[in-house]
Design a protein around this ligand. Structure first.
Ligand code: NAP
Ligand code: ZN
Ligand code: ZN
Length: 349
């Protein structure tokens, strides 16, 4: 059995995001049915809709920063009660038994992870549809608890932007006194600044636009570099222990590597198209280049609990479903302060 569900998505690459109807399964024994209250807009939604990565299967219903309320659950589901707040991030299924799943790295499941949208269910034929919709049905193993005290609209972006920046800071040992650079002050970037500052690092924002300097300071940054101003980068060569690159468009990675101190690490989380890399930029100074892909379910819960404890949440601009296309256009221009979040009630209105 399936249920018709109002949603927003696109039927072809770059098409406007428009109202459509999708099918959701009835909750199975281990599923919870969730009424979606809020869904954040990640730049990956925009890449997918534009088919920037050449992998999109249309129609696509984006959205993987979801906070909702549990409305019903299957007979064997026990982790939630009706009325509980629940979060869904980028992952909704995986094999659960391979070494990666057992280690809590479900995004690397050896049998193939099921992402929240534009991904195949374990049956190998049903496509997943994301959070730009009124309801969804998810196996409770992949549903996160939202700590009390967090505003649900401001918590939604934690489910992708939050975990994607928390995880590399933890992996690369961000600690008090470290000099951390965050490149790009968008959805991911502003979360990276908040997390690194809350971990005691001395944070510098590298941004294309000088307009964001005041915001960067408010978010917890001590330093600010307007990357397009002549000589701006040269003044910071050899400075940073860790650089987190969240930029969504092609830019000069080789130049950024000069900003690291010897043995420093540049971790890429942004996913622009392929960019040239000069081995000399890495070899001179024993620089390290890394990447980081979201984070698994246990680490996502750890991140949410950390946010509950430290009062960390996203800065959001709440919009209705009929404003998604304007939001995408603004994200294309870097005009985002700092995450658009869609009111779930507007998907069915
Ligand atoms: P976003 O909110 O649109 O922010 C991206 C920021 O990049 C912008 O605010 C802007 O910051 C900077 N930027 C944009 N165009 C630029 C250009 N031409 N040159 C230099 N900087 C530019 O995007 P987001 O949601 O944070 O996502 C950022 C990237 O991470 C996307 O590519 C997304 O797909 C990827 N992502 C990866 C993962 C993962 O698992 N690794 C997870 C989620 C998202 P300034 O105005 O400050 O320059
Ligand atoms: Zn995302
Ligand atoms: Zn697995």
């Amino acid at each position: 059995m399936t249920k018709k569900t109002p949603a927003y998505g696109v039927r072809a690459a770059k098409g406007p995001v428009a109202r459509m109807s999708i099918e959701r399964r009835d909750p199975g024994p281990h599923d919870v049915a969730i009424e979606i209250l809020y869904c954040g807009i990640c730049h990956s939604d925009v890449h997918k809709v534009n088919d920037d990565w050449g992998t999109t299967h249309f129609p696509v219903v984006p959205g993987h920063e979801i906070v909702g309320r549990v409305v019903s659950q299957g007979t064997s589901a026990s982790r939630f009660r009706e009325g509980d707040l629940a979060g869904v991030g980028c992952i909704v299924d995986s094999c659960r038994v391979c070494p990666e799943c057992r280690a809590g790295h479900e995004m690397f499941c050896e049998k193939g992870v099921t992402f929240t949208f534009d991904s195949l269910e374990p049956d190998g034929k049903t496509w997943t549809y994301g959070g730009y919709s009124t309801n969804m049905v998810v196996d409770e193993r992949y549903v996160l608890r939202i700590p009390k005290g967090l505003d649900p609209a401001r918590a939604a972006p934690l489910l992708c932007a939050g975990i994607t920046t928390y995880s590399p800071l933890r992996q690369f040992g961000c600690k008090r006194g470290d000099r951390v650079a965050v490149v790009g002050l968008g959805g991911l970037g502003h979360m990276a600044v908040k997390f690194a500052a809350s971990m005691g690092a001395e944070v510098t924002v590298l941004s294309g636009s000088r307009d964001e300097e005041k915001d960067a300071a408010r978010l917890g940054a001590k330093g600010f570099v307007a990357t397009r101003e002549p000589g701006a980068l040269e003044a910071h060569e050899g400075t940073f222990d860790l650089l987190v690159d969240t930029v969504s468009a092609p830019h000069d990675l080789n130049k950024q590597l000069t900003l690291l101190r010897n043995f420093g690490t540049m971790v890429l989380v942004g996913l622009p198209p392929a960019t040239p890399l000069d081995p000399f930029a890495l070899v001179h100074g024993n620089k390290r280049l890394a990447g980081s892909n979201i984070g698994g379910i246990p680490e996502t819960q750890e991140m949410l609990d950390y946010c509950g404890k430290h009062g960390v949440a996203a800065d959001v601009e709440l919009i209705k479903a009929n404003q998604i296309n304007d939001a995408y256009a603004r994200m294309g221009r870097g005009d985002v302060r700092y995450r658009f979040v869609i009111d779930g009630a507007s998907f069915g209105a």
